[in-house]
Design a protein around this ligand. Structure first.
Ligand code: PLP
Length: 485
């Protein structure tokens, strides 16, 4: 099984090369041919441990990796980084089922993929005969940067440089990044907003493509590890008696770039009995409108919300869904061109009907998000973060009559202490760090170890650059033989 560009303008490549390169040269996203998607005999996988389950999924979707090799990589990736060998526990709280994806080193769901991506990338580079060091460049609005730093730290042969907007991340997020340890990591503030940082990174890629790669969800190596937990959650729901093996299970997914929910679609295509995939959005509800009407229109105001990791108007991975469902790269190329030049597109009726047979969509604003956190806490004593609350609210709107729903819980509530405290009506005048302590005192929900004591950890990264100087900054850092102190 080879990977082709969603836009059809680049040669097909092996799964290893797709991971090493990140993005296809025609600007499309490397994706599997829908006719070749492998089916898995999920019934025979129900009693596997997480690493063995992951190895089956990974080797099916990334045929350059054997099952045994994938298992070794998965074990190395998660060892010592997650508290439990079952990486993604399913928690029942009242009637609700929360799939907790945030027990990794940075307390956001991106850890599940970003702990594994470095291992996949290193082996993939070897398979491609690539002997040079790789430099990963990442622009972050908050969560991805820290998860990528933790994932790639001290991985030999790879260095990682993260750019964050100087005034655009929360105090907790900034403290997480500037205190980052590791001999191969650098963090640099950009004097500008997230778009400035992201545009700067894209300019560096254009100017010096050799030896660079990407850690965001345009890389197929980040998507594949996320397919695994759809299987894991299904098996847990059977074990909890919420469904019988073979019955459909619905999943509500707090969505931004459409990566996580697309992993659910892949799981379904591989044979898992998935019911509906519920696309949950905040006030930036471009996907809600798209799934309901078939019109994607980014010409709308951008809202800064309490669930910032979903504040996005261009959901990159939707392009992969359009390709997987239509198999028509010419159509995808023309829709993406229209999105770029006109800011909107409409899909053909048949494709829309196909999308609506698998997905449904709901959105909720900040008031709804806080009301959801308050209700879940009051009714079942479960503390959700703001993103998870958007997913819960969508599951409510979907309705209990439509069968059991797993809500993907994508971050620890301690990453967003101000919004969570106010949602459960606990007053606190201090800074975000004081709020974390207040949240723990009020709820007795334990604070993740990586966030405890963050305020007093030594700052290791103080570099700042203007957007216009990012290329010079990267060139200078790339030329240094080592970043170890
Ligand atoms: C990134 C992120 C999301 C959105 O995931 P996508 O794959 O971009 O759709 C949701 N919640 C949290 C906490 C995130 O960090």
């Amino acid at each position: 099984m080879l990977y082709t560009s969603t836009r059809g303008g680049a040669p097909a490549v092996s799964s290893a090369k797709a991971i090493v390169d990140g993005l296809a040269p025609d600007g499309g996203l490397y994706t599997m041919n829908p006719a070749e998607l492998p089916k898995l005999d999920w019934r025979s996988m129900m009693d596997l441990d997480y690493a063995s389950l992951a190895a089956k999924v990974l080797s099916a979707l990334l045929p350059d990796f054997s099952e045994a090799e994938a298992k070794t990589l998965v074990e190395a990736a998660y060892r010592g980084k997650f508290p439990d060998a079952w990486i993604t526990p399913l928690r029942a709280a009242g009637d609700d089922l929360f799939l907790e994806l945030f027990h990794g080193p940075t307390s956001a769901f991106k850890d599940v993929a970003l702990c594994l991506l470095p291992h996949l990338m290193k082996r993939a580079a070897e398979k491609c005969g690539n002997r040079d060091d790789i430099l990963i460049l990442t622009a972050t609005s908050g969560d991805t940067g820290k998860a990528a730093l933790e994932g790639f730290r001290d991985v030999d042969g790879i260095r990682i440089l993260v750019f964050y907007p100087r005034d655009g991340v929360s105090a907790v997020q900034k403290a997480q990044m500037v205190t980052q340890e590791g001999s191969n990591v650098k963090v640099c503030a950009v004097e500008g907003n997230f778009d400035d940082a992201q545009t700067g990174v894209k300019n560096v890629f254009a100017a010096m493509p050799a030896g660079l790669s990407s850690a965001n969800s345009i890389n197929i190596g980040r998507l594949v590890p996320q397919v695994v937990y759809y299987f894991a959650a299904y098996f847990d729901a059977v074990r909890l008696g919420r469904i019988k093996a073979g019955e459909p299970l619905n999943y509500s997914v707090p969505t931004g770039n459409f990566g996580d929910i697309l992993a659910g679609y892949l799981a379904a295509e591989m044979g898992l009995p998935v019911g509906r995939l519920i696309c949950a959005s905040n006030a930036n509800n471009v996907l809600t409108d798209f799934i309901r009407t078939g019109v994607y229109d980014r010409r709308r105001p951008f809202h800064k919300t309490l669930s910032p990791s979903m504040d996005i108007l261009i959901s990159s991975n939707l392009e992969r869904l359009l390709y997987l469902m239509s198999g028509d790269s010419a159509l995808v190329a023309s829709l993406m061109q229209q999105l770029k030049t006109e800011g909107h597109y409409a899909v053909p009726a048949e494709l829309l009907a196909n999308i609506q047979s698998r997905f449904c969509a709901y959105c909720c604003d900040d008031a709804g998000t806080q009301a959801a956190i308050g209700r879940v806490w009051a009714e079942s004593g479960y503390l959700c973060d703001t993103h998870t609350a958007v997913g819960w609210s969508a599951a409510q709107a979907f309705g209990k009559d439509s069968g059991p729903v797993v809500i993907l819980s994508t971050a620890s509530p301690y990453k967003f202490p101000a919004a969570v405290l106010s949602a459960i009506h606990v007053p606190c005048d201090g800074d975000e760090f004081a709020m974390m302590d207040a949240l723990e005192a009020a709820t007795k929900t334990p604070m993740p170890g990586n966030l405890r004591g963050l305020k007093s950890r030594p700052v290791r990264h103080t570099d700042v650059t203007a957007p216009a100087d990012m290329l010079a900054y990267v060139s200078a850092k790339k030329a240094e033989p080592s970043w170890a102190e």
